[in-house]
Design a protein around this ligand. Structure first.
Ligand SMILES: Cc1cc2nc3c(=O)[nH]c(=O)nc-3n(C[C@H](O)[C@H](O)[C@H](O)COP(=O)(O)OP(=O)(O)OC[C@H]3O[C@@H](n4cnc5c(N)ncnc54)[C@H](O)[C@@H]3O)c2cc1C
Length: 390
């Protein structure tokens, strides 16, 4: 039986950050993970270059049943703090777009950095070990893993969410949390492609085509690229809006985000002899212009079309409604929305208010970021907050 000050379940971004911070504060820390290597999601993130933070990260960029919960942790460990760490390790990085920071080299550098930080704090890491029992008595958590047992007065749940199960992702965090009486906000796939059916499947012919759009769901909108796929819609704009989409609701795409509201009527005056296909071809990719012109089926030249008809077409192109049949599920979801309910956790320390010594951090918690480095920033910030409190 080995005594520790804290046991952290999960050697992902949040768990490693938490372990390094607590270890460097003199705590005896053990991290346990059932995977054979740490930080596997970091390694595949950002196309292998890890979009490790977003300089625009703020609480409004996160979904949660308690929208203010993330504020404290995010304000105490900021993108600049992580950038300083990355710089300290001489890891070269660049801003790609929209505040998204990526390694110039490889995501492996981020994992190596976190492991070095853990080593500096004397953190023990047990890999390839499934947790077989968790007991709590006399103020001590007793964890059985493989053939071993460890005890500590603090236990940190950092096992993430069930997105991408083939990488070892599980709903284990929720089982542990429930066992200690914490509630779970229904987990659902987020940052995930949407599927189309029925008539809308006709858009399959556009599979592989990307175009700049404004995607909207309810009052939320994102301007980025959308990608038509053989199953429906993907691309950054769709992944972003998927987190806000609810089953049965429509989404809409403004397919001409740079056009004024009366562009087609203006074109009627300046080029009355052209048809809709030519008008669309001026700005949209050819295959998309073909598909849209076919569906709208305006048979006359613009010069012969009434202004009201052109206005209706302008509105349709600015607000093309899709009715997704679903998402591509946890198998393709970059993150899980929902998770351990935040109202039972302290936003300062991530500790469960009614279960002394129990903490939850990272994606396991009901805090989900936008696409673009926001989820790692939450992993670092929540891990740091707990690491300071252990
Ligand atoms: C393909 C892909 C690309 C992504 N790209 C980005 C990006 O560029 N930028 C960004 O900000 N976010 C990105 N994300 C999201 C980001 O990876 C996650 O939000 C982040 O990794 C969450 O960190 P975490 O430590 O909370 O959980 P995880 O990284 O999921 O770590 C959880 C750990 O717990 C372990 N575990 C699970 N179950 C058990 C169990 N029963 N027993 C023991 N251990 C267990 C797992 O093996 C894992 O090591 C991406 C996600 C995916 C899937």
């Amino acid at each position: 039986m080995k005594p520790y000050d804290a046991i952290i379940l999960g050697a992902g971004g949040a768990g490693l950050m938490c372990a390094a911070v607590a270890g460097q504060r003199g705590r005896r820390v053990l991290v346990i993970d059932h995977a054979d290597a740490p930080g596997k999601k970091i390694l595949i993130s950002g196309g292998g270059r890890c979009n490790f933070t977003n300089v625009q990260a703020r609480a409004e960029c996160y979904l949660s049943a308690s929208p203010h919960f993330a504020k404290s942790a995010l304000s105490r460990y900021r993108p600049d703090d992580f950038i300083a760490l990355v710089d300290h390790y001489h890891i070269a990085w660049h801003e790609k777009t929209l505040g998204q920071l990526f390694c110039d080299g490889s995501a492996k550098q981020i994992v190596a950095m976190l492991l070095e930080e853990c080593a500096a704090g004397g953190v023990g890491i047990a890999l390839g070990k499934a947790v077989t029992a968790i007991d709590h008595a006399d103020g001590q958590y007793r964890i059985s893993y493989g053939a071993e047992t460890a005890t500590a007065p603090s236990l940190v749940i950092a096992t993430g969410g069930p997105s991408i199960p083939k990488m070892g992702a599980t709903g284990f965090a929720y089982d542990v949390a429930r066992r200690f009486g914490l509630k779970i906000v229904e987990p659902r796939p987020a940052l995930v492609p949407l599927t189309l059916g029925g008539d809308e499947l006709m858009f399959r012919e556009l599979s592989g085509l990307a175009t700049d759009v404004i995607a909207r769901a309810g009052k939320t909108q994102f301007r980025e690229a959308a990608l038509f796929t053989h199953r429906g819609l993907s691309g950054p704009a769709i992944l972003q809006i998927s987190s806000y989409w609810t089953h049965g609701a429509p989404i809409s795409l403004n397919l001409l985000p740079d056009h004024s509201s009366n562009w087609l009527r203006d074109l009627k005056r300046s080029r009355p002899r052209i048809g809709l296909r030519t008008a669309l071809g001026g700005t949209l990719p050819d295959r998309l212009a073909d598909a849209l012109a076919q569906r709208i089926a305006l048979t006359t030249e613009l010069g012969n079309a009434p202004d009201r008809t052109l206005e209706t077409i302008e509105q349709k192109l600015g607000n093309w409604v899709f009715n997704p049949t679903g998402t591509e599920g946890f198998a393709k979801a970059e993150v899980t929305a929902g998770g351990i309910a935040t109202n039972a956790l302290s936003g300062q320390t991530m500790q469960a208010r009614k279960v002394p010594g129990l903490y939850a951090i990272g994606e396991a918690v009901d805090v989900t970021g936008w696409l673009g480095g926001y989820n790692f920033q939450w992993a670092w910030a929540s891990g740091w907050a707990a690491g300071q409190a252990l």
